[in-house]
Design a protein around this ligand. Structure first.
Ligand code: SAM
Length: 279
């Protein structure tokens, strides 16, 4: 039985407020409240935390986050049609849900949040990846968030947790693993969503580390990694040649064989390589 709260079932909410899913907004809704409560539990202990939710839609995950004890949820939703459904949830949880209608890529939510802050979202995949990269590259570390619990296309989730030597290993893995601990915590088949998307999905939970795993200047590390993976099939001595003519000396100083390819190089070695360049 779906009874995490006293609100109507989500199918009824969608019918009442005529929330037909729009493809242009990447709307694939989760209607099973047991499932959304389970996803909310993957976000960790929410008691005493503010939760930033992006793309609440009709509010399935929002209800899960509130019933699992979030102190407050700040939800940013682009589609104004969802507002009446979200208002009903706000009324059922007085003073615990604030909704902002707008584009999450353009809104700075920080003024509305108090630490500790966790982030949870089932978002369109393109928006999710863009926000993930922004959340992983703030001007200062540690970031505003303690954890991110995000739904991704399974293939993107695998890129986030990938290790050296695999096809999925690249910039996203290095970015996510340098200053956070990412884990795939759930797999969801297309049928879990209404309407079902074409591909499987996975929930990734990332915990922010207090310090980067290995020291490196963020801008240099980013440049080294981007340049190396831009030509991932080439040996590093030629893939990175554009950075400096004496790249072989830098690679040797970092303990990396100049004949290796980017996808074989560990995060620790990339950080060592970044440290051979002056900020
Ligand atoms: N969280 C709901 C659920 O699990 O059923 C809805 C998920 S649906 C995959 C994605 C939601 O993100 C939609 O409600 C869509 O309108 C919203 N959305 C799309 N782009 C957005 C953006 N740039 N900013 C905020 N919300 C956005």
């Amino acid at each position: 039985m779906n009874s995490i709260d006293t609100l109507p079932p989500l199918r009824d909410v969608i019918a009442t407020h005529e929330l037909s899913a729009r493809k242009s907004l990447g709307q694939n809704f989760l209607l099973d409240l047991n499932l959304t409560a389970k996803i909310a539990r993957q976000a960790g202990d929410l008691t005493g935390c503010d939760v930033l939710e992006i793309g609440p839609g009709p509010g399935g995950l929002t209800r899960g986050l509130l019933s699992e004890g979030a102190r407050r949820v700040l939800a940013i939703e682009k589609d104004p049609r969802c507002l009446p459904a979200l208002d009903e949830i706000a009324a059922a949880y007085p003073d615990r849900l604030k909704v902002i209608v707008g584009d999450a890529l353009e809104i700075d939510p920080l003024a509305h949040l108090t630490a500790p802050i966790r982030v949870a979202a089932n978002l369109p995949y393109n928006v999710g990846t863009e926000l993930l990269v922004r959340w992983l590259t703030p001007p200062e570390w540690p970031p505003f968030w303690e954890s991110l619990t995000l739904m991704f296309q399974r293939e993107v989730a695998e890129r986030i947790v990938a290790t050296p030597g695999s096809k999925a290993y690249g910039r996203l893995a290095l970015l996510a693993q340098w200053r956070a601990e990412p884990r795939i915590v759930m797999h969801l088949p297309p049928e879990a969503f209404t309407p079902p998307p074409k591909v499987s999905s996975a929930v990734v939970h990332l915990t922010a580390l207090a310090e980067p795993r290995f020291p490196a200047d963020p801008a240099i590390l980013n440049r080294v990694v981007a340049t190396a993976f831009n030509q991932r099939r080439k040996m590093l001595r030629s893939a990175l040649k554009s950075m400096t003519p004496d790249i072989e000396d830098h690679l040797n100083a970092a303990g990396i064989k100049p004949t290796e390819r980017a996808e074989q190089v560990s995060l620790e070695a990339f950080c060592a390589l970044a440290r051979t360049f002056k900020p």
